[in-house]
Design a protein around this ligand. Structure first.
Ligand SMILES: Nc1nc2c(ncn2[C@@H]2O[C@H](COP(=O)(O)OP(=O)(O)OP(=O)(O)O)[C@@H](O)[C@H]2O)c(=O)[nH]1
Ligand SMILES: [Mg+2]
Ligand SMILES: [Zn+2]
Length: 278
């Protein structure tokens, strides 16, 4: 019998498929390897119930390489303010990565309890900017707004190891009990506690916990894609339509940056990303 379902988890080469109210364990056939297409967590598929094989992958709405997942509506960038320390460069990279793949970004802030008032004042200036350019910024201590936005949606969590992704899910669902771990004090970063991608149904949302990482490259993207992912830049007018915003002549973005309308780190990161200093 052939059924349709959605891949919600992958461990090793074993896929867990959600179909109706049931779950099935399936494997991918060689056919997919030959065609250089691998089923991903998030894929809508047809599978053979008796043989436990994935037969067909339905066309994807989108696909993210890091973390490896498909068909998501929202990408939540989980950003810790301490342990590991906040990195505006990594945050901008993660946002690029999500926006370029046609996924809507949300920023969730963790570990605000570890920064002092003075530090928080500076950090708030940055966070306000992201909010202003249309990216929701939500603290992990106030999750009602997040719950509202992601109702009935597929969501992927992305962020550094140790940022608090699994802890966030445990907060959203007290019965989940996902494994979390203290960060390594010596390295000031996490221990790669989560090892696989898995969607969890929480209320009416499906949220994928994912392995964290320490660094991310944007090599696979063109300068144009990176430029377009800095969505607030489109507000400013440049003399040339395909302006790369790198030369100060006739460039509305450089002007806006010089006039303090664009956050320093945003423009500096943009320059780094498009010139290969990713
Ligand atoms: N003080 C504080 N600690 C937090 C907060 N959120 C998470 N943590 C702690 O941070 C550590 C790492 O959290 P995890 O949830 O395991 O982090 P992760 O992002 O899932 O990490 P990986 O699975 O390695 O990618 C744990 O010890 C958590 O208890 C927070 O808001 N404040
Ligand atoms: Mg985790
Ligand atoms: Zn320009």
């Amino acid at each position: 019998m052939v059924k349709e379902g959605k891949i919600i988890k992958l461990i090793g080469d074993l896929y867990t498929v959600h179909s109706g109210k049931e779950r099935f364990d399936c494997k991918a056939r060689g056919k997919f390897r030959n065609n250089k297409i691998t089923p991903l967590v998030g894929d809508q598929i047809l599978f053979d119930v008796e043989k436990k094989y994935i037969l067909e992958i339905k066309p994807r709405i989108n696909e993210l390489k890091r973390p490896l997942v498909s068909n998501v509506d929202y990408g939540v960038v989980v950003t810790s303010l301490k342990q590991p320390d906040v990195s505006w460069s990594l945050l901008d990279k993660l946002l690029c990565n999500i926006i370029i793949n046609n996924i809507k970004p949300i920023i969730v802030i963790t570990k605000a309890d570890l920064v002092n008032k003075k530090e928080m004042k500076i950090i708030n200036k940055y966070l306000k900017y992201y909010q202003k350019i249309g990216i929701p910024v939500i603290f992990n201590t106030k999750l009602n707004k997040l719950k509202k936005i992601i109702k009935n949606k597929y969501v992927v969590l992305a962020g550094q190891t140790g940022a608090g992704k699994s802890s966030l899910l445990n907060k959203l669902d007290k019965n989940l009990n996902l494994k979390t771990a203290e960060i390594s004090i010596a390295l000031n970063r996490g221990k790669h506690t989560t090892r696989h991608v898995e969607f969890h149904q929480i209320g009416k949302s499906f949220i994928a916990d994912t392995p964290g990482f320490s660094a991310l490259e944007l090599d696979e993207y063109s300068n144009e894609e990176i430029r377009n992912s800095f969505t607030e830049f489109t507000k400013y007018e440049c003399k040339y339509k395909d302006c790369n915003h790198l030369s100060p002549i006739d460039c509305g973005v450089v002007d806006a940056y010089a006039n303090g309308k664009i956050l320093n780190t945003r423009y500096e990161n943009y320059k780094k990303f498009v010139s290969g200093g990713k």
